[in-house]
Design a protein. Structure first.
Ligand code: UDP
Ligand code: MN
Length: 297
């Protein structure tokens, strides 16, 4: 059961401080209206999360799609940086989904870390590649990925790690605040507004705008999430519709209906193009520059 950081902090102070002083973050929102923690640098103790994960003997999955020119341009840096920062000290299985298995770079993996390559057919349009991920992930979670992991993070490939991304992010379901939109008023957020779409949110709906470049959770929760999004995408297609931000629109609808158990601050997936912000103290993942002309047809 996840509790808000304020409550977690109290627990940490009572039970675990061990000399570690955690500053709290009065400058930012650290708890949602449904009492899920929004984790920012300084609101959690990474050592406690690390220890808890080890005790549970977790295997953590990290899925990434690298199709077409995205593979050559981004995959190696994504994986190499993940080796330095993603769940260091835990058991990890990378799942790389690609139509070019032979082109997957050989990255030296640390102990208890494995990489599996899963073949997927290539969709023609980049939007279709992006959207097809939900169905592919749903199937994979029903197979080996679902059997050999307990928690899974699903990520875009056009980013790389620059700071620790550890078990503090784990929860039954995990959503990422979108770096460009976390401080925008609700009415401006780019939710799908066409009421005919399965992803539609009415003007008074929506908690936060979440970024599809990072989401995660338990295998069971992700099975539900990916089933919901894949179904919505299929329904829209049958009606000749495509939501504004494709799979991300459906992900946002899912998290409106089924609130995430943990929310990651934009520090966990930051865009350097935004420039400096006082509340962004310790970025973990950085977006690659958007060079769409190089990777999209
Ligand atoms: N992707 C891919 N090949 C494509 C299009 C997309 O591998 O032709 C994957 C890749 O993991 C990428 C993700 O789908 O990071 C989402 O697409 P993109 O990053 O271009 O979307 P954006 O972040 O700009 O919304
Ligand atoms: Mn991306």
């Amino acid at each position: 059961m996840d509790v808000c950081p304020s409550a977690t902090m109290a627990l940490l102070k009572d039970n675990f401080t061990g000399g570690l002083q955690l500053g709290n973050r009065p400058d930012v929102l650290t708890c949602t209206s449904w009492k899920a923690p929004i984790i920012w640098h300084g609101t959690f103790n990474p050592d406690v999360a690390q220890q808890k994960a080890r005790q549970q003997n977790l295997t953590i999955g990290l899925t990434v799609f690298a199709i077409g020119r995205y593979l050559g341009k981004y995959l190696e840096r994504f994986l190499e940086s993940a080796e330095r920062h993603f769940m260091v000290g835990q058991r990890v299985v990378y799942y790389v989904f690609t139509e070019q298995p032979d082109a997957v770079p050989h990255v030296a993996l640390g102990p208890h870390r494995q990489l599996r390559v899963e073949f997927v057919a290539r969709e023609q349009r980049w939007q279709d590649v992006s959207m097809a991920r939900m169905h592919t992930l749903h199937q994979a979670l029903g197979r080996r990925l679902g059997r050999e992991t307990q928690f899974v993070l699903c990520m875009d490939v056009d980013q790389h790690f620059i700071g620790p991304f550890g078990p503090e992010v784990l929860a039954e379901s995990v959503a990422q605040l979108h770096a460009w939109h976390y401080h925008w008023p609700r009415w401006l957020l780019p939710f799908e507004r066409d009421a005919r779409s399965a992803a539609a949110l009415a003007p008074h709906e929506g908690d936060f705008y979440y970024h599809a470049a990072v989401f995660g959770g338990s295998v069971a929760a992700l099975r539900r999430l990916t089933a919901h999004c894949a179904l919505g995408l299929r329904q829209d297609r049958a009606r000749g519709l495509e939501a504004l931000w494709h799979d991300e629109s459906h992900l946002n609808k899912f998290f409106w209906l089924h609130k995430p158990a943990k929310v990651l601050s934009p520090e966990f997936c930051w865009s350097p193009d935004i420039g400096r912000r006082a509340e962004i103290r310790h970025p973990r993942l950085l977006w690659a520059p958007k060079e769409y002309a190089e990777v999209r047809d």
